[in-house]
Design a binder for this molecule. Structure first.
Ligand code: SAH
Length: 341
């Protein structure tokens, strides 16, 4: 039996048609699930009794559970327990322009980035669509406010769970449901080229962010094993195609690691690499974790790197540090919880 939160509106319409019901029933169900937030078929009073019975027999409405919340004024960190006992996490960030959430896409991750806490647990499994959708529904019901934007940057590599992520986007984007605009959704990937190409041909307005973190193969190979499969030159070539095809700006994420990728020479090399491309670079202060040898670059180094990119006419920002005080860096909360168990 499938969880109903796995169903896009179109899939639900197809279901109703397959049982000889009118397809507008799908919109009524979406209204109960995503607008009224009722997750009990018995309470869906505009659906006739026999049909409610059919739904009860064919769909689950199970929810994942919030097991821990760490709150601070601008950031909440949520730990969720899945129905099979695995843990994942999401982070809520409050900006002037609205609430954004960072959701997980997998239990664990196989990409093996050396500086990342999430990768210490190898991938256990992909998240199902409903497990990603429910991260949003549960956080909204906790804060009693709407979430305006979504970044898929929590635990996991979204493009290693491609179909479920596309389904998830389709669901949260529905104007009959949570109605989160495509331009308010960002997928972050470490650079799985075949999937970037697939994504490029979907014609979605969803934003793409690339975890580049290095200006050349030597450095990237040493911190991101994925670079051995898809080298930096192939990745840049692919991004040029992406930008040409979609006419959309790509975000380049660059985590600043002390003495690894943060020299002026690195900044110059990065500028050459990205020259003329419609990208902007987001410099990310590294969130130090207790288990990993990498250190954050100091402020002056980050500013110098920033200035060098600017001078070379690369659009660049420095990411505001959210949530490091509440272990909101990728995988940290889950890692701590895991150690206790
Ligand atoms: N797998 C995807 C999305 C999850 S990681 C990706 O690689 O993009 C989200 C972002 O956080 C990535 O850019 C990742 O490299 C970065 N990141 C991981 N650990 C970090 C840490 N301790 N401090 C700052 N950024 C980190």
């Amino acid at each position: 039996m499938q969880n109903i939160y796995n169903y896009s509106l179109i899939d639900l319409e197809k279901y109703f048609e397959s049982i000889n019901e009118k397809k507008f029933k799908a919109k009524q169900i979406y209204d109960w699930l995503y607008i009224k937030r009722i997750n009990d078929f018995n309470l869906m009073t505009n659906i006739k009794k026999e049909l409610r019975q059919n739904l009860k027999e064919n769909f689950k409405l199970d929810f994942i559970k919030i097991t821990k919340i760490q709150r601070s004024p601008l950031t909440n960190k949520y730990l969720f327990e899945l129905l099979d006992g695995n843990f994942i996490e999401a982070v809520l960030m409050r900006h002037d322009y609205g609430n954004s959430i960072c959701v997980s896409s997998q239990v664990g991750c196989n990409m093996g980035c050396k500086f990342c806490e999430s990768g210490r647990l190898k991938k256990v499994r992909n998240l199902e669509t409903y497990e990603i959708v429910e991260q949003i529904l549960l956080v909204e019901s906790d804060i009693k406010e709407r979430i305006d934007s979504v970044v898929i940057m929590g635990i996991g590599e979204p493009f290693d769970n491609y179909n479920n992520i596309m389904n998830f986007i389709n669901i949260i984007n529905s104007p009959y449901g949570t109605n989160i605009g495509a331009r308010h959704i960002t997928i972050s990937t470490c650079g799985l080229i075949p999937k970037i190409k697939e994504f490029m041909n979907c014609n979605l307005q969803v934003n793409l962010a690339i975890s580049l973190h290095a200006p050349n193969n030597t450095i990237r190979n040493s911190i991101m094993p994925v670079n051995k499969a898809y080298s930096i030159n192939e990745l840049i070539e692919c991004l040029k195609q992406y930008i040409e095809k979609t006419n959309r700006r790509v975000t380049i994420e660059y985590v600043m690691l002390n003495n690894v990728n943060d020299s002026i020479d690195n900044a110059i090399e990065l500028s050459h690499l990205l020259k003329g491309m419609n990208v902007y670079v987001n410099l990310i202060p590294y969130n130090e974790t207790s288990n990993i040898i990498f250190e954050k670059s100091n402020k002056e180094t980050i500013l110098r790197f920033y200035d060098t990119l600017k001078k070379n006419k690369i659009n660049v920002t420095i990411r505001r540090e959210f949530g490091s005080n509440i272990d909101a860096a990728c995988g940290q909360l889950r890692a701590k919880e895991g150690e206790k168990i």
